[in-house]
Design a protein around this ligand. Structure first.
Ligand SMILES: Nc1ncnc2c1ncn2[C@@H]1O[C@H](COP(=O)(O)OP(=O)(O)O)[C@@H](O)[C@H]1O
Ligand SMILES: [Mg+2]
Length: 447
């Protein structure tokens, strides 16, 4: 291992492999590449548009665990940072660690926290984490009886990974029956629907708190709020995420610190006690109710587009923190970096991340359309992180559903939103879809 260190400071990984190729991974590569002592970022498969900060390996896909381990070995990387959940659920981190390569991202046993909502409820219950009343079922009749007993709207959730489409909010018992039959009988989510979770619907606004974790310590990144629906005003079908902003005015620093104490820390302990040691980004999806925050779900990696909003706000070197988390030295590293308490120090400036999506998304996206104005958006002071883009004859063209993320930075969320939307307007391609209301107060949003 060639990781370097100055006396008294934590180890800095000189070379880092980022697994993935979306805008989240571009933001990770961009942030890590700026850290003192980091010499090289590799990205697999990466994206032709990430060459500004990373050396990309397009022939190694994010689901080819053996090839990723071979690449990490051959290139002698000091740290692997895994972006998406699928490789984690399928055991990439286990294989990397078995090869002696420090990896930021949980083992498969801990990644199951995201891979199975039933496991998530079990662990959260044992950890004493506050969440909605709910239960897990594998047959229709008891699930329906339970839904009826909740006497109000229910959330019906497929147990396994369903690409963000496995949850249905049901206002009536008939809706709940349809949703339950879809999951359990019609198997519209395949094996992800062998079991189903029925939960009471919570009222409030959502927010996300992502913490950098080793098996015992959690350090929270600034809170963010994302927008999943395709259309302004939170209407239309769900997507992977159309935008996010940070900070979240209704979740201040003290509240974030309380979330770490009430959610992340006991969850890490419950996982470790059950042979599921967690090292990576633990993402708590919360509903902020009148009775306080309640857990909706855990994810086991950075959110996309939350990462694009959060990472530009991180005010301390990120690479040594991720390496320390990967090697169970997070508390030490935090102390060495002068971090007091459970919050990663953040820049005061706010960020708003706006996703530009292709025509047809979230259905089948159009591809091959020329993209103009990325340089102009950057010249205007925005950050542009590329996802569904490709290079054709030296020009950028669309190549996926979520094409890129434009991030504006400003003194507060409304100021950052104005900058983000102005810069996003400069980036043009045929059929482009963008939500004009990301980061705007609810009352000012387009109807
Ligand atoms: N108990 C609940 N009450 C209200 N809304 C919920 C509840 N559970 C889920 N939701 C809504 O459904 C969305 C998706 O649910 P989540 O558990 O985050 O699953 P996933 O992100 O895997 O689809 C949440 O972001 C939230 O808007
Ligand atoms: Mg979610």
């Amino acid at each position: 291992m060639s990781a370097g260190s100055a006396p008294g400071l934590p180890l800095v990984p000189r070379s880092i492999l980022v697994v993935g190729g979306g805008a989240r991974e571009h933001a990770l590569a961009w942030r890590l590449h700026a850290d003192p002592g980091v010499e090289r970022i590799l990205e697999a498969p990466g994206n032709a548009g990430h060459g500004d900060v990373a050396q990309v390996f397009p022939d190694v896909d994010a689901d080819e665990n053996a090839a990723l381990v071979a690449l990490a070995r051959q290139e002698g990387v000091d740290l692997v940072v895994v972006g998406p959940e699928a490789p984690l659920v399928s055991g990439l981190a286990d294989r990397m660690r078995a090869a002696g390569i420090p990896t930021f991202g949980p083992c498969a046993a801990a990644a199951a926290l995201e891979g199975s909502k039933a496991l998530c409820r079990r662990i959260a219950t044992r950890a004493g984490v506050p969440m909605a009343a709910g239960a897990v079922f594998d047959a229709l009749a008891p699930a329906l009886a339970y839904a009826a007993s909740l006497d109000g709207p229910v959330a019906v959730k497929a147990d396994g990974l369903a690409a963000g489409k496995g949850v249905t909010i049901c206002g009536t018992l008939e809706d709940a029956e349809t949703a339950l039959r879809d999951v359990l009988e019609r198997r519209v989510f395949g094996d992800a629907g062998r079991r189903v979770i029925v939960e009471r619907v919570l009222e409030g606004r959502e927010a996300s708190v992502i913490a950098i974790c080793d098996t015992t310590t959690a350090l929270a990144l600034p809170a963010a709020r994302d927008h999943k629906r395709i259309l302004a005003g939170d209407r239309g079908p769900n997507t992977g995420g159309m935008g996010a902003y940070s900070p979240v005015p209704d979740l201040d620093d003290a509240a974030v610190a309380q979330v770490v104490a009430d959610f992340h820390v006991p969850t890490l302990a419950a996982l470790a006690a059950r042979g599921r040691p967690f090292r990576g980004a633990l993402y708590a999806g919360l509903m902020l109710t009148d009775e306080g925050p309640r857990l909706l779900e855990y994810n086991v990696r950075f959110g996309d587009p939350e990462a694009q909003a959060i990472l530009p706000r991180v005010a301390v070197p990120l690479a040594p923190l991720l390496l320390a988390a990967a090697t169970d030295r997070l508390a030490e590293a935090a102390a060495a970096l002068g971090i007091d308490g459970v919050l990663v120090p953040a820049r005061p400036e706010a960020t708003v991340a706006v996703v530009l999506a292709a025509e047809g998304y979230p259905g089948t996206p159009a591809t091959g359309d020329a993209i103009e104005g990325i340089d102009a958006a950057r010249a205007a002071g925005a950050l542009v992180f590329e996802a569904g883009t490709a290079c054709r004859d030296g020009r950028r063209v669309t190549a996926g559903g979520r094409v890129l993320t434009v991030v504006g930075r400003g003194r507060d969320v409304p100021d950052a939103a104005a900058r983000a939307h102005a810069a996003a307007d400069l980036v043009r391609f045929r059929g482009r879809q963008v939500r004009g209301d990301i980061g705007l107060p609810v009352a000012e949003r387009a109807p």
